[in-house]
Design a protein around this ligand. Structure first.
Ligand code: AFP
Length: 335
């Protein structure tokens, strides 16, 4: 019988290598895994359990919430708030920080999450996911917003779970990227994709083309050159994908390379982009860089950004390193 490595075993063995490790982080990760298994089950059951469709509410970003946005947020909070591993939480669905109820002990980590990314896909039965980011917190303090507003390069761990044809967890603790598949029969994530790496070259791009007229010249130039294919300066044909679910796009890039962009958008100068720094861009940037790829706003490495707000939006260009560097070069050359 094959000796499968479970996610818990993998993390315990990885943590053993590090000095002074208490096991708290492994336990915290198990809390996240428990929540994501519950979410996976609900997403899979869909309308059999009446969870699809819109709720009668908007989130802090002014977006109409799906019922599952609210339910999955509650699942994350309820799985994480009592275990004593966290000092506080922040969610894409909630305005301020989420404190740990006073009756529970506080831990030394902060968790930030997008409980159901790509939720507009849920009613059409396409891939959605959960994205999470773990930061260390000063011990013994009641965390304030400033404690969460730390550079992406300070993340202790980042991961996402893709609820697709199979449920996958992709994880980094700063020592490469590993992928685990949920074995539904035994309820365990099993290491199936060790040491994931993103090829430096690609001929596949993902961008919402309907926003083309709002892009800045460097992105216009890059996409135009891709579209010219063998007849243009790139001298090769490109393929396009757009799933409208960042977890699914990043997973594809981790498995076969590619470039994903939600660039700066001239529609509304007060909103630098669509994606949120703390819940989407930072964790994905950590994962992508750990897999050998790159992630930039076009002008700045995402992981170097000093966050200014819990729900700050940023332009995101990520994926195969050579392509990201080319687009950054176009920004530096001003188009
Ligand atoms: P939702 O969670 O509101 O569906 O947004 C998903 C997302 O943040 C990201 O996962 C997608 O890549 C992107 O937005 C899709 O944006 P468009 O709706 O412009 O295609």
């Amino acid at each position: 019988m094959t000796n499968h490595v479970t996610l818990t075993q993998f993390i315990i063995e990885q943590q053993r290598e590090l000095p002074g490790v208490s096991g708290t982080f492994t336990s915290l990760l198990n809390d996240v895994v428990t929540a994501c298994k519950k979410i996976s089950h609900l997403v899979n059951r869909g309308n059999l359990v009446g969870v699809l469709g819109s709720a009668e509410s908007e989130n802090v970003q002014g977006e109409v919430q799906k019922k599952l946005d609210i339910i999955t947020n509650d699942i994350m909070v309820e799985a994480l708030n009592w275990t004593g591993h966290l000092a506080g939480m922040a969610s894409e669905e909630i305005d301020g920080i989420i404190p740990i109820p006073s009756q529970y002990p506080k831990g030394k980590y902060l968790a930030l999450f997008d409980p159901l990314d790509g939720s507009s896909n849920i009613d059409v039965n396409l891939a959605v996911g959960t994205i999470f980011s773990i930061l260390r917190c000063r011990e013994g303090v009641e965390p304030a917003v400033e404690d969460f507003l730390r550079k992406g390069s300070e993340q202790v761990c980042a991961g996402f779970v893709l609820y697709g044809p199979s449920t996958m967890m992709v994880l980094t603790t700063g020592h490469g990227v590993n992928g685990f598949t949920l074995d539904q029969d035994i309820g365990e994530f099993i290491l199936t994709h060790p040491a994931m790496t993103i090829p430096a070259e690609t001929s596949e791009f993902a961008i919402n083309m309907s926003n083309q007229r709002f892009w800045e010249p460097p992105v216009q130039r890059y996409i135009e050159e891709c579209l010219q294919g063998t007849e243009g300066v790139r001298e090769k044909d490109f393929n396009m994908r757009w799933i409208a679910s960042m977890v699914a796009e990043v997973y594809r890039i981790l498995t076969r390379g590619g470039i994903f962009m939600y660039p700066y958008d001239l529609r509304d100068p007060s909103r630098a982009g669509k994606l949120r720094l703390m819940y989407e861009a930072n964790p994905m940037a950590f994962i992508v860089e750990q897999a050998g790829g790159a992630c930039s706003t076009g002008r700045e490495r995402i992981l170097d950004m000093n966050p200014t707000g819990l729900h700050q939006r940023v332009p995101v260009i990520l994926g195969s390193k050579n392509e990201v560097e080319r687009i950054v070069g176009y920004h530096l050359a001003k188009g």
